[in-house]
Design a protein around this ligand. Structure first.
Ligand SMILES: Nc1ncnc2c1ncn2[C@@H]1O[C@H](COP(=O)(O)OP(=O)(O)O)[C@@H](O)[C@H]1O
Ligand SMILES: [Mg+2]
Length: 285
């Protein structure tokens, strides 16, 4: 049985073991007579169970890259494989969370969590217990029958996280999911997300323009920037797990954030270009 499972797992990854393989992917938007180069050429491998953040200032192509991974935008060049097969269209093995929770306002929290099950025409009763478990996990036991309008912004985003996990996707794609929340709620959501992923292990690609958020959550932080935009740094985060908020108070955390900030600033011409890559980091392109 274990061998069969191992074989299935191996068959669902690329030959080098990556769950997500992004090879020289570029995207140019064509609007009317103008061509807007959003991503020049990005290459990235993500292993099963990894949490990778795409970090960079607004407009550097983070969402574009994420949408291409999701199959919602077509690359102009290059190729993307998920679980060993090319991404040609949206697919079931990923869950997506956007900046706004985009819940259906007339449906309860529980019904919103179960919505993908309806869309995928899976048996609702088989997923009911999981929906309750997920809502309890994010601290929403007792709120199952509340409508989105009766919930706070943080609570709505928790419901959206449960909805993205209900059909047990292999990969979670998150595009600035907490950037509309106030700073305190955002810190709480980061800790909550860490805890959720300790229970429901997933491979995550997370877009953010917050250096601290990326450093706190990630196994690796991938910095995007430059003109035209690409991946300029791929840096492992050295902090042990499970992570709690106290990690942000350590000297090491502050140093890592400083290195990330200097890299971003150098790419945008605001800092000396003599910045050296930190130990353990590899400049990709
Ligand atoms: N649908 C689109 N049509 C035309 N240009 C777009 C579109 N989406 C994004 N862009 C442009 O592509 C660039 C990258 O955008 P985006 O991927 O949204 O960056 P980020 O998520 O890092 O803020 C920007 O210059 C943006 O204006
Ligand atoms: Mg964006």
């Amino acid at each position: 049985m274990a061998t069969a499972t191992a074989r299935t797992e191996a068959a669902r990854t690329t030959p080098d073991g990556s769950l997500v393989s992004i090879r020289s992917v570029g995207k140019t938007y064509f609007t009317g007579s103008s061509a807007i180069p959003a991503v020049a050429s990005a290459s990235l491998e993500v292993a099963r169970g990894e949490f990778v953040s795409l970090l960079g200032p607004s407009g550097c192509g983070k969402s574009t890259l994420l949408m291409m991974i999701a199959g919602l935008e077509k690359p102009t060049s290059g190729a993307i494989d998920l679980l060993g097969s090319p991404v040609l269209a949206p697919r079931r093995d990923i869950g997506i969370i956007f900046q706004d929770a985009t819940l259906l306002p007339w449906k309860s929290a529980l019904e919103n969590v179960l919505f993908p099950i309806r869309i995928l025409k899976l048996p609702l009763d088989r997923y009911m217990q999981r929906a309750h478990e997920l809502l309890a996990m994010v601290g929403l036991a007792g709120f199952e029958h509340k409508k989105p309008g009766e919930l706070s912004g943080g609570m709505r985003q928790r419901v959206a996280i449960c909805r993205s996990l209900i059909h047990d996707p292999d990969i979670l794609l998150m595009d600035e999911p907490f950037s509309a929340l106030d700073a305190i709620t955002r810190d709480q959501m980061n800790v909550a997300l860490s805890e959720i992923l300790e229970t429901y292990k997933k491979t995550v690609i997370f877009v953010t323009h917050s250096i601290r958020e990326a450093a706190f959550l990630s196994d690796r932080v991938v910095v995007m920037g430059g003109r035209p935009s690409g991946i300029i740094l791929d840096m492992p985060m050295p902090f042990p797990r499970p992570r709690r908020f106290e990690v942000e108070e350590t000297v090491e955390f502050t140093q890592v954030c400083r290195e990330l900030r200097l890299t971003i600033e150098a790419a945008h011409g605001h800092a000396p270009s003599t910045h050296a890559a930190p130990a353990g980091a590899s400049v990709i392109e």
